[in-house]
Design a protein around this ligand. Structure first.
Ligand SMILES: Nc1nc2c(c(=O)[nH]1)N[C@H]1C(S)=C(S)[C@@H](COP(=O)(O)O)O[C@H]1N2
Ligand SMILES: [Mo]
Length: 451
């Protein structure tokens, strides 16, 4: 590589993609089509990514090669990566989860760890906003209050909930509202998730609607407000850590649940045990952990996480990086369509002579289903449909498989993009920039090296 890297390669690509290309690929910035690469230039590219690039002529200019993305832990060649990721060390959790925040604790799951039909508990991402409470000693005595705009306020123990209502089990995706935030340019504030702020677990519990029907929502009740037992980071007991809510219609959805078990196990403390909410398809922050109270309100809830630009997206596109106009924001509800390649892992080295690569992945689309997944191995020149599986139940993710022919040894990027049931497809780059970085769902790219 020629040139001196004075900033991280990601910053350089964000600020000045042409110059970044020139630095990485060792050629003049005015030759702005990688397709014109030849001789020394091509050799420099190969040295950078670790092998020749059979589809170099298709490489879009100014697009950072996936092999160099430092957000990815195991790139085959990452010359500018400053320091590696910090891995989680927490009882019951995989030490391959990547810590993206320590106080509060936030850890994501590398895409290649999401290769199971049902995400095992140890691989499931963790997102806390406050202090993690101590595990309940007598889970069945845990109390939940339903009050506000209801005819009959309730106080029920978890034991009573289990005894009085019909239980159901659903395999459903839980996804952090900020999943994909790291893909925004300029950088959006908050935890820098790649695609790993999501998982798909078997949740057992009851329909929230059944309990709300017992309480009887008054005609004035239009929104929920959720409260929990986790202490604010400051330690001030009068400050809720996070208190979000949903429109009554979502609360009455038969798949919106109060749950006490995950993958057949009592709900682990770190995931909100003994009891939490799960609102599948919507920003994970609505799925209150350590649930103590639901207040039905006669207006949109305004607790921490409901105001300003948090969990809000733009109504009309704004200039990336500009100051936000609060009037241009609406609450983020359904999550956008996303697909991930779960095998091979980013940075996989495959033996020389291999001419077929088998792919596996997952896809989901908030309140919608996924209608198709396409994959490309030539920088998006041609696309091939993947075999898309069916969800087990509503809100389950859809696994997919594909098999790609590769012409020669070398460096390849596998790209995957999904389309939802409305025809909305994952874009090339994170769309609709917003200051807190919601809706970052660009197509997933994985670098592999054959030979
Ligand atoms: N009480 C409480 N509930 C919470 C949170 C929290 O900090 N406190 N974090 C929310 C957010 S932002 C997400 S994405 C999910 C994460 O759930 P998990 O840690 O089980 O993956 O829980 C939500 N529920
Ligand atoms: Mo979240």
């Amino acid at each position: 590589m020629t040139g001196k890297i004075e900033r991280s390669i990601e910053e350089l690509y964000a600020d000045d993609p042409e110059r970044a290309d020139a630095v990485v690929f060792g050629r003049r910035a005015d030759v702005n089509r990688r397709g014109f690469l030849g001789g020394a230039g091509l050799a420099a590219v190969g040295a950078t990514v670790g092998g020749t690039i059979p589809f170099a002529h298709n490489m879009p200019a100014g697009l950072m090669p996936a092999a160099l993305a430092q957000a990815q832990p195991a790139a085959p060649a990452a010359p500018a990566a400053p320091k590696g990721p910090t891995y989680l060390n927490y009882p019951g959790k995989s030490d391959k989860l990547v810590v993206i925040g320590e106080r509060p604790l936030v850890a994501e799951t590398p895409e290649s760890l999401l290769d199971d039909d049902t995400t095992p508990i140890d691989k499931f991402y963790v997102r806390c906003n406050g202090q993690i409470p101590e595990a309940a000693k007598e889970p069945d005595k845990w109390k939940i209050v339903i009050d506000g705009e209801v005819n009959k306020p309730l106080e029920l123990t978890l034991g009573e909930l289990k005894a009085k209502y019909k239980a159901q089990t659903r395999r459903m995706v839980l996804e952090c509202g900020g999943n994909g935030r790291s893909f925004f340019t300029p950088r959006a504030s908050g935890n820098q998730w790649t695609n790993g702020g999501a998982g798909c677990a078997e949740w057992t519990g009851i329909r929230l609607a059944d309990v709300l029907k017992t309480a009887g929502i008054k005609p004035s009740g239009i929104y929920t407000a959720h409260y929990a037992a986790d202490l604010h980071l400051s330690g001030d007991p009068s400050k809720p850590t996070l208190s979000r809510g949903v429109r009554i219609a979502k609360a009455m959805d038969p798949d919106s649940m109060i749950v006490w078990a995950m993958n057949g196990q009592p709900l682990p403390n770190i995931h909100g045990g003994p009891v939490r909410l799960v609102y599948p398809g919507w920003a994970g922050s609505t799925s209150q952990k350590w649930l103590t109270k639901i207040t039905i309100r006669d207006k949109e809830h305004d607790g921490p996480g409901m105001t300003g630009t948090s969990y809000r997206v733009t109504i009309k596109p704004m200039v990336p990086g500009d100051k936000a106009d609060p009037k241009n924001f609406k609450i983020l509800e359904s999550m956008p369509v996303r697909s991930i390649i779960t095998s091979p892992a980013h940075g996989t080295k495959i033996p020389a002579g291999t001419r077929e690569v088998k792919l596996r992945g997952a896809s989901w689309a908030g309140d919608h289903t996924v209608s198709r997944v396409d994959v490309s191995i030539d920088f998006g020149q041609t696309w091939m449909p993947a075999q898309l599986g069916k969800p087990k139940n509503r809100y389950d993710w859809q696994r997919w498989t594909a098999s790609l022919k590769v012409p020669t040894d070398g460096y390849y990027e596998i790209w995957a993009r999904a389309m939802d049931s409305r025809g909305v497809m994952q874009p090339h780059v994170a769309p609709f920039w917003n200051p807190s970085g919601y809706g970052g769902n660009p197509m997933h790219r994985v670098a592999i090296l054959i030979g």
